[in-house]
Design a protein around this ligand. Structure first.
Ligand code: ATP
Length: 134
């Protein structure tokens, strides 16, 4: 199968550089499966998993927002934060999830920053999913 050149970059530096047969990402407009020769596009990404499919394996990367650019054989993702599954600290994500759930409850009771707590919760759940998908 023709391969794609995939890069995932954050303000802290590169997170993933490599070839893939297919990239599956959920954009704000829905899930996209990118193969070699996909029409060029730029799409905003959610807090979600980007799946990088190779011949007989698949890697999950927890991506937090940003954009995906597809151009010929290039798939470039520029995200606020991104972690490969092997780099995710599951205890940290579980603690962040608990904290965000408590903050969300507090926010609902006291009408403080509910959106911030919701986003923190989504980041934590996304990391836990990327880490635990096998
Ligand atoms: P926390 O409350 O645990 O800091 P957060 O969602 O507020 O979580 P971010 O601000 O999104 O964290 O990320 C800050 C930095 O820490 C980024 O470089 C991100 O990749 C990294 N990071 C966050 N959570 C984890 C995790 N569970 N495992 C590995 N790296 C993480």
């Amino acid at each position: 199968m023709s391969s794609l050149n995939v890069s995932i970059v954050t303000p802290d530096g590169p997170v993933y550089e490599g070839n893939a047969n297919m990239v599956i990402a959920r954009t704000k407009a829905g899930e996209l499966g990118i193969l070699h020769g996909h029409v060029p596009l730029v799409a905003p990404l959610n807090i979600d998993i980007v799946r990088i499919k190779l011949e007989d394996s698949e890697e999950w990367v927890a991506v937090n927002g940003g954009f995906m650019e597809v151009n010929g054989e290039e798939v470039n993702i520029l995200a606020d934060t991104a972690e490969r599954e092997q780099d995710i600290d599951i205890n940290r994500a579980e603690k962040a999830k608990e904290r965000a759930e408590q903050e969300l409850q507090l926010a609902k009771d006291q009408k403080v920053d509910e959106l911030m707590a919701e986003l923190a919760l989504r980041r934590a759940i996304n990391r836990i999913q990327a880490k635990n998908h096998r």
